[in-house]
Design a protein around this ligand. Structure first.
Ligand code: FMN
Length: 343
């Protein structure tokens, strides 16, 4: 099996079998939504619908980009896509480098036949730009799977702790600018569990990117994943990163483009808290991977649980729709509040 594919299989196995949870908090325990004891509304009237990148989503939830490139990944992507289509939410595929290197692997990312309407997002690693990838590869990634947008992922922490990881991160922002200008599809920039700070968010916005997924710390730790492979720096950086709640607030106050929240958002209450801090929507990875290795039914049930929890949080704050809910400012306490005063 070529290196990229074998690394992808290792990653899925490690994420499912080992303790790769970041040991710091994503910050949501410190976020308090204000209870409304007299909401004066019917639960059935709570409307979670949003519009994102020109498509309607039944709820502000997307499946994070995770996989592709192997037979198992193909099954996982199809389970995720069927479930997301039926739940009315969006989905990203994992890094498409494997299929760009080997066109035969395209089918492992192709989900349009089971999800014709879903907001679908392609995925490329930013580090590939330093190795010669450009607009052409990005176009192949989007168009070959009939995606609506492209996510460019930032994973410097993961690369630096890998023995074979990419070391050259020069020139990334100008490459992102060129792709955002010439691709003809919306570009999202996302982290992968270490978060995005306000200055980086400003540079990303100035490059013409349409949305930022902060993917902060407090969920899956990619440095921890690498420590279960053969990282030469052990687990020193396992708990690196900006907590998701802090990254959301920081990016929100720094830029005008939509912010997506991910990294340790594992239920609809955390999703609600992220939205109350300024996120337009949330993206979720590891819990949905766990469900999708089993079945599409389990994945759909997991998505429905998360959306139901979000609706309950909206009802209990007296919010009929997402716009109204975004106006309900939370109380932030503890370490998360302290961090927010320093950003
Ligand atoms: C098995 C797995 C594979 C992943 N592969 C990718 C990838 O190829 N591209 C990417 O942008 N993010 C990838 N991610 C990162 C997620 O999109 C997300 O940013 C991160 O896992 C934090 O979210 P979580 O705490 O909900 O897991 C992957 C995550 C998992 C669990």
């Amino acid at each position: 099996m070529p290196e990229t594919e074998s690394r992808k299989s290792d990653h899925i196995k490690i994420v499912l079998e080992k303790d790769v949870q970041h040991k710091g908090s994503a910050g949501f325990d410190d976020v308090l939504l204000i209870h409304n004891a007299m909401p004066e509304m019917d639960f059935d009237d709570v409307d979670t619908e949003i519009e994102f990148l020109g498509k309607k989503l039944a709820a502000p939830v997307l499946v994070s980009g995770m996989t592709g490139g192997t037979a198992e990944a193909e099954r996982i992507n199809r389970n995720l896509a069927r479930a997301a289509e039926e739940a009315g939410v969006g989905m990203g595929v994992g890094s498409q480098r494997a299929m760009i290197e080997n066109g035969k692997l395209m089918s492992t990312y192709s989900v349009r036949d089971v999800a014709p309407r879903m907001l679908l997002i392609g995925n490329i690693g930013a580090a590939q730009f330093a190795k010669g990838y450009g607009v052409g590869e990005c176009r192949t990634a989007v168009e070959s799977i009939k995606a609506d947008a492209l996510a460019i992922h930032l994973n410097a922490a993961q690369e630096l702790v890998q023995p074979e990881g990419d070391r050259n991160w020069k020139g990334i922002i100008s490459a992102v600018r060129q792709v955002a200008k010439e691709l003809g599809y919306p570009v999202i920039v996302k982290e992968t569990g270490a978060g995005i700070n306000g200055d980086v968010a400003k540079a990303i916005e100035a490059a013409g990117v349409k949305a930022i997924d902060v993917s902060g710390s407090g969920g899956t730790s990619w440095t921890a994943v690498e420590s279960f492979r053969n990282s030469p720096v052990g687990n020193t950086f396992n708990n690196w990163g900006i907590p998701t709640a802090v990254a959301v607030a920081w990016c929100k106050k720094s830029v005008k483009i939509p912010i997506l929240a991910s990294g340790g958002i594992y239920n609809g209450l955390d999703a609600a808290k992220a939205i109350s801090l300024g996120a337009s929507a949330c993206t979720i990875a590891r819990p949905l991977l766990r469900a999708a290795v089993t079945s599409y039914e389990k994945t759909k049930a997991e998505l429905e649980r998360i959306i139901r929890e979000l609706r309950i949080a909206m009802f209990l704050t007296g919010s009929k729709n997402i716009k109204q809910f975004q106006g309900r400012k939370p109380i932030v306490t503890g370490k998360t509040s302290e961090m927010m005063t320093q950003i």
